[in-house]
Ligand binder design. Structure first.
Ligand code: NAD
Length: 260
C-alpha cells in the first residue's frame, strides 16, 4: 500500500505575524516557517522608515496583507483587523514578536527605571498582546493559536536584561491567563522563549555578544538557535497535531533552561 506524503502542517491557514523589522527578525523566521508549511501570512511594518526593509520580505512570502502597525498609535491595530476581516473573514494564527523599552530605562538597571519607561515598555511589549488577542479571538472561528515571544530573563536573572525581565514575566503570565480565557473557544496560547539571537532589538542589550558566546558554550546542544528554529516550533504548535497543547512557555534554547 502506498504511503501518502504528509500535507504541509498549515495548509489553508491564515496567520498574522507582527514584528518583522528585517531578515534577522524572529518574526520573519515565524512568517517564513508558516509560509513554508502552507499558510497565508499577513505582515506589518512599524512605520514608513521600516517599510523598505519589510516590503521585499513580504513579497518573498507572497503576503496578501502588508500594513503599518505601531501598537502605540491609537486606531492602527483596529485598522489592521478591519482589513483582515474584510480580506480573509477569519484568522488561525497570531504571532506577537515585538518589544520595546526606552534606552535609558533599559540600560540603566532596574533600580533606575522610570515609571514612564516601565509603563511604555509594558504597554508595547505586553499589553499590546492582550489588545491583539481581543481583536483576533472573534476571527478564530475554527479555533486558533496565539504566540508571544519571551526570554528566560523573565524567570532567572540575566545580567543586563534589566526591566525586560519583569516585563517578560508579565507577558508569560498573560499567555497563561489568555490560554485559560480562550481555551473553550479552541484557541491555544503559548509563550515562546528563544535563546539569544542576534537581532536589532538584541543589539540594545549591553554585552549581548558575551551572552551569545556563553550560551553556545553552556547549552547542552552546544549551538545557538536561529530564527527558523523559533518559526518551526510555532508552526508545529499552531498545527492541528498540537491541538491539545496550550498555556506553555516553550523554550527554544538548545536546552539552556535545564542548566543550573
Ligand atoms: P527585532 O528588532 O527584529 O524585532 C522587534 C520588533 O518590535 C521590530 O519589528 C519593531 O518594529 C517592533 N516594535 C517595537 N516597537 C513597536 C511598536 N510600538 N509597535 C509595533 N512594533 C514595534 O528583534 P527580535 O529579537 O526579533 O524581537 C522579537 C521578539 O523576540 C521580542 O519580543 C523580543 O523580546 C523577543 N526575544 C528576542 C530574543 C533575542 O535574543 N533576539 C530572545 C528571546 C525573545
Amino acid at each position: 500500500m502506498a504511503i501518502e506524503s504528509p500535507r504541509p502542517l498549515l495548509t489553508g491557514k491564515k496567520a498574522l505575524v507582527v514584528g518583522i523589522a528585517n531578515e534577522h527578525s524572529i518574526a520573519y523566521g515565524c512568517a517564513k516557517a508558516f509560509h513554508m508549511m502552507g499558510a497565508e501570512v499577513a505582515v506589518t511594518y512599524l512605520n514608513e522608515k521600516a517599510k523598505p526593509y519589510v516590503e521585499p520580505l513580504a513579497q518573498e512570502l507572497a503576503a496578501p496583507i502588508l500594513l503599518p502597525l505601531d501598537v502605540s498609535q491609537p486606531g492602527q491595530l483596529e485598522e489592521l483587523f478591519t482589513t483582515i476581516t474584510a480580506q480573509w473573514g477569519r484568522l488561525d494564527c497570531l504571532v506577537h514578536a515585538i518589544a520595546f523599552a526606552p534606552k535609558a530605562d533599559l540600560q540603566g538597571g532596574l533600580l533606575n527605571c522610570s515609571a514612564a519607561g516601565f509603563a511604555q515598555a509594558m504597554d508595547i511589549s505586553c499589553h499590546s498582546f492582550i489588545r491583539m488577542a481581543r481583536l483576533a479571538a472573534p476571527l478564530m472561528t475554527e479555533g486558533g493559536a496565539m504566540f508571544a515571544m519571551t526570554f528566560n530573563g523573565a524567570n532567572a536573572v540575566v545580567p543586563n536584561y534589566n526591566v525586560m525581565g519583569p516585563i517578560k514575566a508579565a507577558l508569560e503570565s498573560t499567555c497563561r491567563y489568555l490560554a485559560f480565557e480562550l481555551g473553550r473557544q479552541g484557541i491555544r496560547v503559548h509563550a515562546i522563549s528563544p535563546g539569544p539571537v542576534k537581532t536589532r532589538a538584541a543589539s540594545g542589550l549591553k554585552d549581548f555578544d558575551t551572552l551569545l558566546a556563553q550560551t553556545a558554550q553552556r547549552a547542552p546542544l552546544g549551538t545557538l538557535v536561529d530564527i527558523m528554529d523559533v518559526g518551526y516550533t510555532c508552526a508545529f504548535l499552531a498545527s492541528p497535531e498540537a491541538r491539545h497543547l496550550t498555556g506553555s512557555t516553550m523554550y527554544v534554547d538548545g536546552g539552556l533552561k535545564i542548566m543550573g
